[in-house]
Design a protein around this ligand. Structure first.
Ligand code: ARG
Length: 261
């Protein structure tokens, strides 16, 4: 995770960002702190990346790489405004002794990649259409040695996979069908017949942008209806308020890069 000390909305690279709306960076830090404390309270270890002035989106740490089996496949951001974040993530992984693979294709890390360790022995789901480009899916498969299923995103409000779909345990997902092409929806139905299916409201409240440890599902507090669906499916929803960071187009999952050994 990376503190939103320097968080701001200074440019608009997704439909949620409004450069004229005021942002309270101090409140963003408070809300982010609660998210960090929540993860620690659930027994997870949190490593911190040092935020850099001039990189206001650095708080969305999920975009810096995608880690599977101890290997980090690095990011290459689509927009110039975020390009410099990739080096900070790379330095983190290298300093911590992770195997790091530099990308040559445009991809925004875990923003567009999800991993299901027990589905078909380990399956990667990958989004394209807005940020990550299709050749990066093949590159990720070669880098990580796990099968990658490409899914096409079609709604600009859901410009990353992680605002439309999340793994909720080792084999299952929750997703919002409307964010995907008709063919990709069919692929998801085939692979995940028991998925929790979200609706417009769940998606617009950034409910899909969640992290789960298989039981506890940490999600945006606005997404109370989705929390109810997850509870009915046997999970334990843990709501966290992240209203300031929503102004940048992100929530819980965007703030967290998962380190998978
Ligand atoms: N403002 C950031 C962008 O548009 C938000 C990134 C959100 N991160 C995510 N993993 N969805 O790039």
């Amino acid at each position: 995770m990376c503190s939103p000390e320097h968080f701001a909305v200074e440019y608009a690279i997704n439909p949620w960002m409004d450069v004229t709306a005021p942002v309270d960076a101090e409140l963003a830090v408070k809300q982010w702190d609660r998210l960090r404390e929540t993860l620690v309270g659930l027994g997870h270890e949190v490593h911190l990346l040092t935020p850099e002035r001039g990189l206001p989106d650095m708080v969305y740490a999920a975009n810096g790489a995608f880690v599977v089996d101890g290997t980090a496949y690095g990011a290459q951001f689509k927009h110039d405004q975020r390009a410099a974040e990739a080096a900070a993530h790379r330095a983190f992984y290298e300093a911590q002794g992770w195997r790091f693979i530099a990308p040559s294709e445009t991809n925004e890390g875990e923003g567009d990649f999800a991993y299901l360790p027990e589905a078909h022995g380990g399956l990667i789901l990958a989004g394209h259409g807005f940020r990550t480009e299709l050749p990066a899916h093949a590159e990720a498969q070669e880098a990580l040695g796990r099968p990658v299923v490409s899914l096409r995103l079609v709604d600009p409000r859901f410009y990353h996979l992680d605002v439309a779909l999340a793994s909720i345990d080792d084999t299952n997902i929750v997703y919002y069908p409307g964010a995907f092409s008709a063919a990709s929806q069919r692929v998801l139905t085939q692979l995940f017949p028991d998925a929790v299916v979200a609706d417009d409201e769940d998606a617009l409240t950034f409910g899909l942008n969640l992290v789960s440890d298989g039981l506890n599902v940490v999600l945006n507090s606005e997404a109370s209806r989705l929390a109810g669906k997850l509870k009915a499916a046997g999970y334990h929803p843990v709501p966290v308020e992240l209203a300031e960071l929503k102004k940048g187009g992100g929530s819980v999952k965007c703030c967290i890069a998962e380190l998978r050994h």
